[in-house]
Design a protein around this ligand. Sequence first.
Ligand SMILES: O=C(O)CCC(=O)C(=O)O
Length: 363
Amino acid sequence: MAPSFLDGNSLFNFVVRDGNGVKGMVDFGLSEVPEQYVQPPEERIDKLNASTHDNPPIDLSKLDGPQHDQIVEEIARAAETLGFFQVMNHGVAVELLESLKDAANNFFGQPPEKKAVYRKGVSPSPSVKYGTSFVPDKEKALEWKDYISMTYTTDAEALEYWPQECKDVALEYLRTSIKMVRKVVEILIGKLGVTLDDSRIDGLIGSKLVNMNFYPTCPNPELTVGVGRHSDMGMLTVLLQDDIGGLYVKMEEEMDGKRQGDWVEIPAVPGALVINVGDTLQILSNGRYKSAEHRVRTTSTKSRVSIPIFAIPKPTERIGPLPQLVERDGVARYREFIFEEYMNNFFSNAHDGKKSLDFANNI
Ligand SMILES: O=C(O)CCC(=O)C(=O)O
């Protein structure tokens, strides 16, 4: 049972408002999850009935050699089907990946008061936010996750305000992975038979967020989720996960002996990064690339960290299906909007699968 002071509103205040997070609650000692974290049966993750997506990581160094076209095909095929793939030789040093996981564990291992200074409303900068779950005020069941989110504006701002424990490694991760993101975006746009100038690509991946997620050990993993079903809002997400596993993706179509609607686990591969397509790229491509629905399970034995970078459009960017594709397809599958509107809608609703895309529906 949860300690009695963690009942009802006081639990919400302790975890969410006061910034103790799930970690603070777990450190207090729990033998079972409080009811606020118990997911309805249809949202729980059946670990035993899920299979693994065992495609090997795509070797990006081969883009510079004779296998260039084959690698381009593999990237496009993955973006058109699952919307998720892993990459190796991605230009982000493997030692940096280890330092990032250490930094995340160090940050979340601190006493709650050290993290709580970055809560929304009290954080020294609007670009840094520490929190728990996704939109706790709107969720029927809370997610078993604490996070720190760092939005990039300038190096100087990051060095001044991002937490000491993570700023250097997070900046280096951002610097090195964004080059790879740009390359992958150029490949995917190129495969659509469309050319976009540099300034348009700058606009489409012009805002960047680095998050560090911490999933504490959970006494009842079968009842909870680390992150509920959702798709990401931007162009591409790069994700570093540790060796615990637990990231699941929903199959958009039947493939490799798996049925549409099945959940497959993206296995932890040392040195690899996970890439996934976001809603913006699905919309721009008029539905050809798939923004994949994904979610995260919790574990009872060890805490987990993951570190995504979200490459999203600048707030003022106009988003809609690329005109050349609308002409070719004979239909615009989504409407046009300003990205800031999409983002505001995304952050004002609890996770609910691919519902975020409804905002762009052409009705
Ligand atoms: O932790 C993970 O593996 C995925 C995290 C995620 O989906 C998110 O932060 O939006």
